[in-house]
Design a protein around this ligand. Structure first.
Ligand code: SF4
Length: 285
């Protein structure tokens, strides 16, 4: 993707999606993270086409030359392998795509995988921007100590629509409530936090009675997404441009340090656990 043209994530929002089925050797990938476990991606590519997507760089590993957000490979696999090896192990769904993107309504690969894994005793975690997860509430509630997280970084529906082609904020919050009320552990992945746009205190209010945990992470801008987001800020939020340039072009750490202190002060006064990565500097700000 080059900065002279629309990036994949921008263009992908309006482009038709090319969907093909692909056989894969193994659906579970051993995790290199501390604690081990596995991740699974029933799809390659993602229709949600978020402008800031960190996973868009995966195109080069899947042989796709199309723009991110314009293709989806639907994975087919023989079996997840011996289930005994998964007992008490974390299994993360999905690490580089959304397991509940629109293709799931047709192909059902995420549901098929959950049906296969349900007897394993693995510790399931799911992250999504869709309310389609509610369809699988019966199945997910069979996993011991499962956690389902929805990415929500704003209550501003217009900004949300500028950023992704996924479910509305209202439907994500309603899905979160359905799981919470059914006794399944829920989380809000409040990420990426957009400086000056994400209103954490308003979001925390909306999460009362819905979330058991809130995970926080800052907006990091890597590769082509830096140009995409800075151009968007220049066009839609020009008053914030000096702040974004300070953070993302000059590496100014002050905004994140202040936000980190605000979050630390709030910790313990909210009806959910906070897990903040704001203080951990990622690539690009
Ligand atoms: S939902 Fe996740 S994987 Fe899909 S485009 Fe958005 S950030 Fe990327």
């Amino acid at each position: 993707m080059c900065s002279a043209a629309l990036s994949g994530t921008e263009a992908g929002r309006k482009a038709p999606i090319r969907i093909q089925e692909k056989q894969c050797r193994s659906i579970l990938t051993a995790s290199r993270l501390p604690g081990g476990g596995y991740s699974a991606n029933p799809y390659t590519g993602c229709e949600h086409a978020c402008r800031y997507c960190y996973a868009s760089y995966m195109s080069k590993f899947s042989g796709h030359t199309e723009r991110w957000g314009t293709y989806v490979d639907v994975k087919q696999w023989e079996s997840a392998g011996r289930l005994e090896r998964l007992r008490d192990k974390p299994v993360f769904l999905s690490s580089v795509t959304d397991p509940y993107q629109p293709a799931e309504t047709v192909y059902g690969r995420t549901r098929a995988l959950l049906e296969e894994l349900a007897p394993s005793g693995c510790r399931l975690s799911v992250v999504t921007k869709s309310d389609l997860a509610v369809r699988d509430l019966d199945l997910i509630s069979q996993f011991p100590d499962a956690v389902v997280a929805w990415s929500v970084n704003t209550l501003d529906e217009e900004f949300r629509q500028d950023m992704d082609a996924a479910a509305s904020i209202g439907s994500r919050l309603e899905a979160m409530r359905a799981f919470h009320e059914a006794g399944v552990r829920t989380a809000c992945f409040a990420a990426p936090i957009f400086p000056g746009i994400t209103d954490l205190e308003a979001l925390f209010e909306a999460l009362r009675g819905r979330a058991d945990e809130v995970w926080l992470d800052r907006l990091n801008l890597r590769g082509p997404s830096r140009q995409v987001i800075l151009r968007y800020i220049r066009e839609k939020w020009p008053g914030l441009l000096p702040l974004y340039e300070a953070i993302y072009l000059e590496g100014d750490p002050v905004y994140w340090a202040q936000l980190d202190r605000v979050v630390s002060r709030l910790e313990g006064r909210l009806p959910f656990k906070l897990r903040s990565f704001i203080g951990h500097r990622g690539a690009g700000g």
